[in-house]
Structure formats: structure tokens, C-alpha cells
Design a binder for this molecule. Structure first.
Ligand SMILES: O=C(CO)COP(=O)(O)O
Length: 273
């Protein structure tokens, strides 16, 4: 998946959902079918063959066993398929899933370094960095999750996140360009409310200033309908629980489409100048 051309303001908006482990197998399939209908009902999201031209990139990240049937449910739609994790290679890694197998299945992006993986499964910066390289080596797009563990001010939070990105990429700007970054303040994950938009915009703007415009930077953490229009600094949203009711994903997609329609005249006039 190419992530080039993304930057705040006029690049594509990325809107995605992870089911984490909230759904069983059958419930995941039902949810994916609902997502499929919701996307089909919105022609502005484009088609499977035109996904690179769509102003909105929709992705879903179900559990591993659901990936293979998901490819059939989503066939011909513009929805990109992601995985929640990957191994740092293949071979003697019992119980893991290799990036190569994910690529073979039709997965295009893979979450790496989610806060739950870091906290509950002991994934440190070195493991995250190995996984990023392994994923890119199989032409997968790492959805690298970053975020401060506790409530701190925006400047300190941004510095923390930039360090996490540098640790994950080893400062390799070529690698940075291959990522989608998901800013997810750990304290806002699984909460009642997202982080305050003022904080999120300030952190995203500072991360952007440090890292440059080359990779999309989206927000996650208790995100739902109504949030995206309040986050002009974000290139999209990474949703969890509040999009497990698929109708809410539809609402967020409508907001994203409206935002990109509102941008369209500015975009076409700037491309003429
Ligand atoms: O971690 C998240 C997405 O991966 C966010 O989850 P919640 O929206 O459920 O807080």
C-alpha cells in the first residue's frame, strides 16, 4: 500500500477500525458484512481498483483467523485489510504469524507496537523496530502505534512519541515514509471519552513539525462520530469500541467525506496554481 502524498490538509484521510478481541469469529464476519454494505452505500469511497485515488482510505483489522474470510467479504471493495500484529520474521517462532503469510493472505497493513502489545505482551522498542522492518520487507504498511502512557503536556507527549518513532525506524527516513502513524495516548484507550481535541491537535502538530509531512498521522483512543471534524491536525482516525457498532463507522465515514468535499475546491485551485 502506498502511503505517499499524505499530509495534513489534503492527503487521503485514513479511517480504520480494530476489533481487538471484542468479537468472536461469527460476530466478526457479521460485522465485516455490515462494514461492506456501509462502504458500498457510499460511492464516494471509491472501488477496489481505484483505492489509490480515493480521498478516504478505509481499513479494518479483525483477528487473525478472520483475515482469510475477510478477503472474500471485502473482495472488490476499497476496504483495506489489516492485521493486529506480526512476527519479526518466520521460521521457529511457534504461535506467531509471519508478515510473509499476511502478505500472501492479501493483508496490506499491520499494527505494530499497539499500547496493549507493549504493556501486556512486553513488546519493547527493539521488538517493535524488528517488526517494522520485517513488515516493510514483505511490502506491508506498518500502522505504528505511539502515545504517551500518562497524561502529560502536549510538548512532552509529542517528544515521547517522536522518540518512539525514531526507535522504531532507527531514524531511517526511507522507512518513515512507509508507515502510517497512529497517535494513541495510552490513557485515552478504552476510556469514556477521547483525549481532548486541543491536546490531540497540539501533539499531532508537534510530531508533524519534528518528522515532516511524509507519512499519515492519525488519532486513536475512544474515537467515535463527531471527533474527526474537531481534529484538523489528524489525517484520520483509528477506531475501536465505538465503531464495533458498524453504523458509527458509517457516521465517521460521512464526516470524512464531508471534510474532503469541503477541501476539494481548495485542492483543485492549488493544483492549478
Ligand atoms: O486502541 C484503539 C484502537 O486500536 C482504540 O480503542 P478504543 O477506541 O476502544 O479506545
Amino acid at each position: 500500500m502506498s502511503t505517499s502524498g499524505s499530509s495534513t490538509g489534503n492527503g487521503p484521510l485514513y479511517i480504520g477500525v480494530s476489533t481487538k478481541m471484542y468479537m468472536g469469529y461469527q460476530a466478526s464476519l457479521r460485522w465485516l458484512s455490515e462494514v461492506r454494505s456501509i462502504v458500498d452505500d457510499r460511492p464516494g469511497l471509491g472501488t477496489g481498483s481505484g483505492v489509490q485515488d480515493s480521498p478516504i482510505r478505509v481499513f479494518v483489522i479483525p483477528s487473525f483467523p478472520v483475515l482469510e474470510p475477510a478477503t472474500r467479504i471485502l473482495a472488490g471493495s476499497p476496504v483495506l485489510l489489516g492485521a493486529q500484529n506480526c512476527a519479526w520474521g518466520d521460521g521457529p517462532l511457534t504461535g506467531e504469524v509471519s508478515p510473509g503469510m499476511l502478505a500472501e493472505l492479501g493483508v496490506s497493513l499491520v499494527e505494530i507496537g499497539h499500547a496493549e502489545r507493549r504493556k501486556l505482551f512486553g513488546e519493547d522498542d527493539a521488538v517493535v523496530a524488528r517488526k517494522v522492518r520485517a513488515a516493510v520487507g514483505q511490502s506491508l504498511t506498518p500502522l505504528l502505534c505511539i502515545g504517551e502512557p500518562e497524561r502529560i503536556d502536549a510538548g512532552a507527549a509529542a517528544a515521547f512519541c517522536v522518540e518512539q518513532v525514531r526507535a522504531a525506524t532507527g531514524g531511517d527516513s526511507g522507512l518513515l515514509r512507509r508507515l502510517v502513524l497512529a497517535y494513541e495516548p495510552v490513557w485515552a484507550i478504552g476510556a469514556q471519552e477521547p483525549a481532548p481535541p486541543k491536546h490531540v491537535n497540539a501533539v499531532l502538530a508537534q510530531i508533524r513539525a519534528e518528522l515532516g509531512p511524509d507519512c499519515p498521522l492519525i488519532y486513536g483512543g475512544s474515537a467515535g462520530p463527531g471527533l474527526l471534524p474537531q481534529l484538523p491536525a489528524a489525517d484520520g482516525l483509528f477506531l475501536g469500541r465505538f465503531a464495533h457498532d458498524a453504523a458509527n463507522l458509517g457516521r465517521v465515514l460521512d464526516e470524512a467525506l464531508l471534510l474532503r468535499q469541503a477541501d476539494a475546491p481548495a485542492r483543485s485551485s492549488s493544483s492549478r496554481s
